[in-house]
Write a new protein. Structure first.
Length: 69
């Protein structure tokens, strides 16, 4: 399942600019979701790119609002 994130705080808006607004839901754990960026946008090493992952609170996260795709 994919989800659309919108940034609320400066931090959230920067993450959307860096990794995009469409994320893949990997896991639900109570009021939290583990999300992975749709594309490989995080540079680990000089020639290695990977997905960004983060936990987002579904009950009023301070950095993001969630929308279904």
């Amino acid at each position: 399942m994919n989800i659309i994130l919108k940034g609320k705080s400066r931090h959230g808006k920067n993450r959307i600019n860096q990794h995009g607004n469409e994320w893949v839901v990997l896991r639900m754990d109570g009021p939290k979701m583990l999300l992975r960026s749709l594309n490989k946008t995080f540079k680990d090493a000089p020639n290695k790119w990977s997905h960004d992952m983060r936990w987002v609170n579904t009950d009023g996260d301070s950095d993001f609002t969630l929308e279904s795709k």
